[in-house]
Structures are given as structure tokens and as C-alpha cells.
Design a protein around this ligand. Structure first.
Ligand code: AP5
Length: 248
């Protein structure tokens, strides 16, 4: 697994820019990653980051970073957000939108961005549209990863994540070199609380009701690029890059 980007402006200190990465600014990519929970968006984001030096802006990672931080530093809104997340429900739009607005500098990044997990509702997509229009930023595409639900549930059951650098593994499909330990930073891997079967069921229902309508939303805007999420992460990545190249 290749080196990740620091992401502190996204995860911890909005407003404090990350160090410039000259390699990233040469071919910036500005993309939204769409797809059901567990389809592999985070895995693909890691691959794009490693190869294109483009930053993964995951709203789920912001909440998980807040959870790992000192509880005294959590605002009541963040505390409430963690409860929604644990149950597999969506965090209210106003909380998520406030979090993204605080981090608007990440959308201006010369290296571009991969929005992962945002937007998740039509209301969030409308706000993103307004922000991008106001900032004069154009999306290159919305990559929609598609896979039957049974396959996705198997991916979630075997997922392990690194609480330190947020790298994502799978016990069978993408195991770490040393069992239970992160390849990048050596931390002990954990299973996410919302990967419990009851939370997974809620997440799938919420996805169908609130997020799947974004497929039509972005198709109407001419931005949707559908990618079959069958096969290995490498195969899916190659498919995604080919689909983006075909649009360029
Ligand atoms: P978030 O963190 O965004 O989670 P998610 O969308 O549920 O997506 P996941 O991270 O679960 O899955 P993924 O698609 O990234 O898959 P991964 O690459 O890990 O959100 C979590 C929660 O935060 C939400 O439920 C909500 O409460 C809240 N939230 C966040 N954003 C919000 C918003 N905008 N509005 C409201 N609430 C919000 O892959 C999964 C597993 O499969 C891994 O083990 C991986 O190794 C494996 N895998 C990947 N690719 C393959 C492959 N090709 N073959 C075999 N295995 C594979």
C-alpha cells in the first residue's frame, strides 16, 4: 500500500493548509465517489491518492477522527453525529453541511479532491453545487460504483481499518502483510462499529432511500460515470481510470 497524504486540513484543523504537493497540481482531479456503503469507495480513493496524489475528502473519516479525539473537544453537534453514525443512520444534513463548509479550502486545493461519502442526499448535493459554483470549481465527474448488495455485505463483514492512518483492509481480499497490523503505520487494525450486521442493514436501507436518488441527479447533470465494482481493486481502478479518460 502506498503512502497516503496528510489530510490534516480535512480531518483535524480546517483552515490550516496542507504542505503543497507539486506532483499533485500537474493533473488535478475533482471527483465525487458515489456508491452503497462498503462497495469500495474508500479503497478506490486510496488508489487514486497513491497514483494521482489527490486527497480523499471523506465525511465519515471526519466523524471517526472526532470520535478518536479527546471527548472534551467535541461539540454537542459532533457528539450527536456519532450516535447517528453508530446506528448506521445519516447524520443530519445541517451538521454535515457545516462540516464541509468549514473545510471549503480543501475543495480549492491545487491537487483537486475526491469527495467520498459527501454528498449523500439531494439537499447536500444542492449545497455542494452552490459552493462549487461560488468558488468557480468544476467537477470532472461523479464516479458511481455498482455491485449487488450480497457482495457488498461480504466486503463489510471482512473489513478492518487502521485507527491511525485510516487505511482499509479486508481479511481475505486485501489482507495486511502482518495479520492484524497496518502496513503503513503498524497500528492494530479494528472493525468499525457500524459494520455490525444490524447497523449494516440500516445503512443499506438509508442508502436506497436517500443516496441512490443522486445517481439520477448527477446523470441529469451529465456528470455520472458508472463503474462496475466487480473484481479486484486493481481491476476496478483500471476501469475507473479508463472511464475518466474516455470523458476527457
Ligand atoms: P462512510 O465512512 O462514508 O461510510 P460508507 O459510505 O458507509 O462507506 P464505507 O466506508 O463503509 O465503504 P466504502 O465504500 O468506502 O468501502 P471500503 O473501501 O471501505 O460513512 C459512515 C457513516 O458516517 C454513515 O453511515 C453516516 O452515519 C455518517 N456520514 C458520513 N458522511 C455523511 C453524509 N454526507 N451525510 C450524512 N451522514 C454521513 O471497502 C469495504 C471492504 O471491502 C474493505 O474491507 C475493503 O478492503 C474491501 N474491498 C474493497 N474493494 C474490494 C474488492 N474489489 N474486492 C474485494 N474486497 C474489496
Amino acid at each position: 500500500m502506498a503512502e497516503s497524504l496528510p489530510r490534516h486540513a480535512w480531518l483535524e484543523t480546517p483552515g490550516v493548509p496542507c504542505p503543497p504537493d507539486p506532483a499533485a497540481a500537474q493533473h488535478p482531479l475533482r471527483v465525487v465517489l458515489l456508491g452503497a456503503p462498503g462497495v469500495g469507495k474508500g479503497t478506490q480513493a486510496e488508489m487514486f491518492t497513491a497514483r494521482r496524489r489527490v486527497c480523499q475528502l471523506s465525511t465519515g473519516d471526519v466523524f471517526r477522527a472526532a470520535k478518536a479525539a479527546d471527548p472534551c473537544n467535541r461539540t454537542p453537534a459532533l457528539e450527536e453525529a456519532l450516535g447517528y453514525m453508530q446506528r448506521g443512520e445519516l447524520v443530519p444534513d445541517e451538521t454535515v453541511i457545516a462540516i464541509v463548509k468549514e473545510r471549503v479550502g480543501c475543495l480549492r486545493c491545487d491537487g483537486g479532491f475526491l469527495l467520498d461519502g459527501f454528498p449523500r442526499t439531494v439537499a447536500q448535493a444542492d449545497v455542494l453545487d452552490q459552493i462549487l459554483t461560488r468558488e468557480g470549481i468544476r467537477l470532472d465527474a461523479v464516479l458511481n460504483f455498482d455491485l449487488p448488495i450480497e457482495r457488498i455485505v461480504a466486503r463489510l463483514a471482512g473489513r478492518r481499518t487502521c485507527p491511525g492512518c485510516k487505511a482499509v483492509y479486508h481479511v481475505e481480499a486485501r489482507p495486511p502483510a502482518r495479520e492484524g497490523l497496518c502496513d503503513q503505520c503498524g497500528a492494530a487494525l479494528v472493525q468499525r462499529e457500524d459494520d455490525r450486521p444490524e447497523a449494516v442493514r440500516v445503512r443499506m436501507e438509508v442508502y436506497a432511500a436517500s443516496t441512490a436518488p443522486l445517481i439520477d441527479y448527477y446523470a441529469r447533470k451529465g456528470l455520472l460515470v458508472s463503474v462496475t465494482a466487480e473484481g479486484t481493486p486493481e481491476e476496478i481502478y483500471a476501469r475507473a481510470e479508463a472511464a475518466l479518460a474516455a470523458r476527457a
